[in-house]
Design a protein around this ligand. Structure first.
Ligand code: PGA
Length: 229
């Protein structure tokens, strides 16, 4: 099965002409983009599979600044990130809110990509498995439909640091063991053109969630060449 390459563009791209150029250069590549919400339709019009970086716990109504799963699905989004560590931190998003977001995305036929991961203190205290088990149990309470999980240690996001392949494999095995169906588990956190050959050797990883390196067409092209060869 081909591994997935997800690109989380965060709030990086602010110039429409540069975005057009970026999209034209990547035409036809098998990528799943999470652009800024105001660029979503543009990415979809270039025939890319796309998702939102976050969604509201509500479907519609008086919720200024929020993103409706229903509206996103209506314009062609197929998935959504949920529980990204930047959202957890910046919006005080709790596991209970994440649970509601997963439910509303499933209801609206958006595949939820649940982001989980430990912080540096938890990693150093050898608490990773305990932390992610707790995150998964709370996020998926009363949910039986399949989701995708992205394992993203907080200390690896945007830092240039990554766990070793052995550590990532062990955590992915552990995550998969918590489910009674075949779940896809991705890795995210400082994936780049420099470490992709190494990370791609992890045998149980189903794909990668890429942030910063996804902004640069040549970095992304190298990543695609390695992962989808
Ligand atoms: P990064 O971001 O690749 O820039 O570390 C990954 C993410 O936040 O999903």
């Amino acid at each position: 099965m081909e591994k997935l390459i997800l690109v989380n563009l965060k709030m990086y791209q602010t110039d429409m002409a540069q975005i057009e150029n970026y999209l034209n250069k990547l035409k036809g590549k098998r990528l799943i983009f999470f652009p800024m919400i105001i660029h979503l339709e543009r990415f979809i019009s270039h025939n890319f599979t796309c998702g939102t970086q976050n969604i509201s716990t509500h479907e519609s109504g008086a919720y200024t600044g929020e993103i409706s799963a229903k509206a996103a699905q209506n314009i062609g989004a197929s998935c959504t990130l949920i529980g990204h560590s930047e959202v957890r931190q910046n919006f005080n998003e709790t596991d209970e809110i994440i649970n509601q977001k997963i439910k509303i995305s499933l209801k609206n036929k958006l595949i939820p990509i649940l982001c989980i991961g430990e912080n540096l203190n938890q990693y150093q205290a050898n608490q990773t498995k305990m932390v992610i088990k707790n995150q998964i149990e709370k996020a998926l309470k009363d949910i039986t439909e399949p989701v995708i999980i992205s394992y993203e240690p907080l200390w690896a996001i945007g830092t240039g640091k990554t766990p070793t392949n052995e550590e990532i494999k062990d955590i992915i095995d552990y995550i998969k063991s918590l489910f009674n169906y075949k779940i896809k588990v991705l890795y995210g956190g400082s994936v780049s053109q420099d470490n992709i050959e190494t990370l791609n050797k992890i045998e149980n990883v189903d794909g990668f969630l890429i942030g910063k390196a996804g902004l640069d067409v040549s970095c992304l092209t190298k990543i695609i060449e390695v992962v989808q060869k």
